[in-house]
Design a protein around this ligand. Structure first.
Ligand code: C5J
Length: 220
């Protein structure tokens, strides 16, 4: 066991049981014309973390540790999109509407794809998820169990929505969760800070947070 320098106290890394999970680094959240922009957000906040997420993925790959990617998306017939989700947020383009990068957050559309710089390579798991959390209505739990994964290192967007929701789902299922501070972002800096504070609070009630260099040093 190797300890990773982390908050609120060192993270007890079990190298053979750890995986990186990269949440929703999709064009729809990071590029003009996508879902994030349609809600009035400044998407440049998201593109700024791409180099750090890329470095983190490269570190896990070179250490021979699993990299899992998630994508928030829905079926073309919208049968997995609850009206309550489609109607909320007052965006200029709703989920399923046709935008400049194809239909918003629909599986297979260009805008729904993972950013090319962070694209999965052969053999990496990609989870398509209709919810904010990656365990809801997906095979993620079974996949992790089959692979003997017990610790999840989190990157991706947005910190307080899909990243935090998935961390909480994982924490409730018994996984030890570590959020990489430089490799996650929100459209709202105060929400990122608040999510980090919530995760670290009360003796790691939801998990730990750490810096990218401390993680890469521990795994390589
Ligand atoms: C949002 C996400 N923010 N991936 N999705 O709607 O966080």
């Amino acid at each position: 066991m190797t300890d990773i320098k982390a908050q609120p106290f060192p993270f007890p890394l079990q190298r053979e049981a750890a995986a990186l999970i990269v949440i929703d680094m999709q064009r729809d959240f990071a590029e003009p014309g996508g879902f994030g922009a349609s809600l009035g957000n400044d998407v440049s906040r998201i593109t700024r973390i791409i180099p750090d997420v890329k470095r983190l993925i490269a570190g896990f790959r070179s250490a021979g540790l699993p990299v899992i990617h998630t994508m928030e998306c829905h079926r073309p017939d919208l049968s997995d999109l609850p009206p309550a989700k489609r109607d909320r947020g007052n965006p200029s383009l709703r989920i399923g509407d046709k935008g400049p990068m194809g239909r918003i957050l629909i599986a297979g559309e260009p805008g729904t794809a993972i950013l090319p710089e962070l694209a999965p390579i052969d053999g990496e798991i990609v989870i398509e998820k209709p919810g904010k959390g990656a365990f809801y209505a997906t095979g993620l739990g079974d996949i992790l169990m089959r692979k003997g994964i017990k610790q999840l290192v989190f990157a991706g967007v947005t910190t307080e929505v899909c990243v935090q929701t998935t961390m909480r789902e994982a924490n409730d299922r018994g996984y030890e969760c570590l959020l990489v501070e430089e490799a996650t972002e929100s459209y709202f800096p105060e929400f990122k800070s608040a999510a980090i504070a919530m995760i670290q609070a009360q003796g790691a009630i939801v998990g730990w947070t750490a810096h990218i260099d401390d993680i890469l040093e521990a795994i390589n």
